[in-house]
Write a protein that binds this ligand. Structure first.
Ligand SMILES: Cc1ncc(COP(=O)(O)O)c(C=O)c1O
Length: 359
């Protein structure tokens, strides 16, 4: 990145770096013919929807309602209960289905025959896929002429170098990538089947799609950071490390929860490489005050953890330190459970859900 900075950041024509990065990326993920780089996950997911609509000549999008974030654009954010600034007519073309509930997706197809442009989901978050679920989603989309869009923002370069599609042997028509792709530098990607992607290019005779506009989309620092990242993935056991440290962390956290007598109220879920935690109250309901209490108590011990995603830089000592911090926090958590309230234990107001209509 430092070397590239001295050669220039942003040019008025594509740089060869963009082609080299694209080739390296496509070779690493397999399952896609073309890629277009951009800067954020939202823009990549919105571009996928746009291409799917143009390709199929259909308007409606079917989204997995259990996956919390795809895009800040209206077609998604309008479904979340934060309607400010969005157009209801845009959202009216979005339908939702539930994860691990094929019937709910079938119902969307039944309600809107011939109208679904694409089905969009992540492969998994904290609940594992029921046997066959993901393949049935793929088959259902295909059977109805809809494209399958797999959001690999979190799973990509984490579950596997080639993402969750590799783990589950899925062949999405389009997939979107970001986050780990450039190891924190700004880069995201829309990848997919040539005949769909070409719609957004300059070689195709079909009606054009203005897929993405990005002043900084192919800025060289993001691209070279992605190349450097992919080089590390190719040469070093990054994925293995994530699974190993995640398994160690999961085991330690679960042990700490058992030792504190809160194992049914402080729960660990997700794959080892991408752990989430649940904070339930004394009645077993998800609780923002309990979450805040846990965050507060681990923060006191130097850990900030909205989830428990490990990284390649986390050593055994880091994992053990995290486990110790949680173990030290859990007696206070237990006190709140026993009292049936966090009253007197929180130093500030509880955290609020992201999707709320008013502050
Ligand atoms: C799964 C997933 N998709 C899409 C996005 C949107 O990405 P961005 O915030 O870069 O627009 C996110 C962001 O957190 C995400 O986690």
């Amino acid at each position: 990145v430092r070397r590239e900075l001295s050669r220039g950041l942003n040019f008025n024509r594509p740089s060869p770096l963009e082609v080299h990065c694209a080739e390296q990326f496509l070779a690493m993920i397999g399952r896609a013919d073309m890629v277009k780089f951009t800067k954020d996950g939202s823009t990549a997911d919105t571009a996928a929807v746009k291409l799917a609509r143009a390709y199929t000549g259909r308007k409606r999008v079917a989204l997995c309602a259990d996956h919390p974030f795809f895009s800040y654009d209206d077609w998604f954010i309008g479904t979340t209960g934060v309607p400010g600034g969005t157009l209801p007519e845009d959202v009216s073309f979005t339908s939702t289905f539930r994860y691990n509930d094929l019937a709910s997706l079938q119902a969307v197809f039944d309600r809107h025959p011939g109208e679904i442009a694409c089905v969009m989901l992540e492969a998994e978050r904290n609940v594992p896929p029921a046997p066959g679920f993901l393949h049935r989603v793929q088959a259902l989309a295909r059977a109805h002429g809809a494209l399958l869009v797999l959001d690999e923002m979190i799973t990509g370069f984490r579950w596997d170098r080639a993402g969750a599609a590799q783990v589950h042997d899925l062949t999405p028509d389009l997939s979107t990538w970001g986050k780990a792709l450039a190891n924190g530098f700004a880069l995201s990607a829309l990848a997919g089947r040539r005949d769909v992607m070409e719609l957004g290019g300059i070689r195709d005779a079909r009606e054009r799609v203005f897929t993405l506009s990005t002043t900084h989309g192919a800025e060289s620092v993001g691209l070279v950071a992605a190349q450097a990242t992919m080089n590390v993935y190719a040469q070093e056991p990054v994925i293995e490390h994530l699974y190993r440290q995640g398994a160690r962390l999961r085991a330690g956290l679960q042990q700490a929860a058992v030792a504190a007598g809160v194992a049914d109220r402080f729960t660990i879920s997700g794959r080892d490489c991408a752990l989430f935690y649940g904070t339930l109250d004394h009645e077993g309901q998800p609780s923002q005050p309990m979450r805040t209490l846990l965050l507060q108590e681990i923060l006191r011990r130097g850990i900030l953890a909205p989830s428990f995603m490990v990284s390649y830089s986390h050593s055994d000592a880091d994992i053990d330190y995290t486990i110790d911090a949680v173990a030290a926090a859990l007696p206070t958590y237990r006190r709140a459970l026993e009292a049936g309230s966090t009253a007197g234990l929180l130093v500030g107001p509880p955290v609020k859900p992201v999707y709320r209509r008013f502050n």
